[in-house]
Design a protein around this ligand. Structure first.
Ligand code: HEC
Length: 204
C-alpha cells in the first residue's frame, strides 16, 4: 500500500512538471498553441495537484515520525514554484514561467535524492547505557523496519533476516540505500550502537 501510494505520488508530480515544462516551452517559443494548451490543462492540473497532496499527506500519516530537513527544503521550493508558475503563465512572463519549471525540476531532484524524509533523532541517554542502541534504533529505524526488525514499510528490508555485519549496516545508515535516506548527523558512536543493536534482532 505504502509503495503503491509512493509510485502514484511520483507519477502525479512527474505528469504535473511535464505539463509545466510544455507550457514554458510553448510560451518561450511564442507558440499560438500556448493559450489553448493552458486552458485545456487547467482542470486536469488542478486534479493532479490535489491527488498529489492527498497521497503525500496519507503517506506521512501512515509513516508517522518526524520529517527530515530535506523535506522542508523540498516543500519550500515547491511553495515558491507554484505562485511563480501561476503568475508567470497568466501574465505570459517567459522568465517567471521558465523559473517555475526549473524550480519544479530541482524539487523533484531533491525528492529523489532525499529518500523518505525521515528525521534524524538523537537520544538523551548516555552512550554507556545498555539501552542506548535500542533507543536510537527505535527512534530512527522502527517506523519502517519495525521495533522487532521484521516490519517492511515501503519495501524496507527485513532486518531479522539480513546478511549484513554491524559495519555494513553502519554504511547503510550513513550513506542511505535507495528510498532509505542517509542519516548524516548521526555520529560514529550512534551509528555503531544502532548497527550492533540491529544485529540482535536477527532470528537465530
Ligand atoms: C523510511 C523508511 C526507512 C527507515 C526510517 C529506515 N530504513 Fe532501512 N531500509 C529501508 C528500505 C526501503 C530498505 C531497502 C532498500 C533497498 O533494498 O533498496 C532498507 C534497507 C536497510 C538495510 C539493508 C538490509 C539488507 O539486508 O539488505 C539496513 C541494514 C537498514 N535498512 C537499516 C536501517 C537502520 C539501522 C535504520 C535506522 C537508522 C533504518 N534502516 C531506517 C527503509 C528505511
Amino acid at each position: 500500500m505504502y509503495s503503491g501510494l509512493k509510485h502514484l505520488h511520483i507519477l502525479l508530480i512527474s505528469l504535473f512538471v511535464i505539463s509545466v515544462l510544455i507550457k514554458a516551452i510553448l510560451l518561450i517559443a511564442n507558440s499560438d498553441k500556448f493559450d489553448g494548451y493552458r486552458k485545456k490543462t487547467k482542470v486536469p492540473e488542478m486534479v493532479i495537484t490535489m491527488l498529489f497532496l492527498v497521497t503525500g499527506i496519507i503517506m506521512i500519516s501512515m509513516r508517522g515520525g518526524g520529517l527530515h530537513y530535506f523535506f522542508h527544503i523540498k516543500l519550500t521550493a515547491m511553495a515558491a514554484a507554484i505562485p511563480l508558475a501561476i503568475i508567470g503563465f497568466k501574465k505570459k512572463n517567459k522568465i517567471l514561467g521558465l523559473l517555475s519549471a526549473v524550480l519544479f525540476i530541482i524539487t523533484i531532484g531533491l525528492a529523489l535524492k532525499s529518500g523518505n524524509n525521515m528525521k534524524e533523532v538523537h537520544v538523551d541517554i548516555p552512550a554507556t547505557d545498555p539501552n542506548y542502541g535500542k533507543a536510537l534504533y527505535e527512534a530512527n529505524c522502527a517506523t519502517c523496519h519495525g521495533v522487532g526488525g521484521a516490519k517492511q514499510l515501503g519495501k524496507a528490508a527485513n532486518l531479522t533476516a539480513t546478511e549484513m555485519t554491524a559495519l555494513q549496516i553502519g554504511y547503510i545508515i550513513t550513506d542511505g540505500l535507495e528510498s532509505m535516506n542517509a542519516y548524516k548527523t548521526l555520529d560514529s558512536v550512534e551509528v555503531k550502537a544502532i548497527g550492533d543493536y540491529a544485529l540482535t534482532l536477527k532470528s537465530k
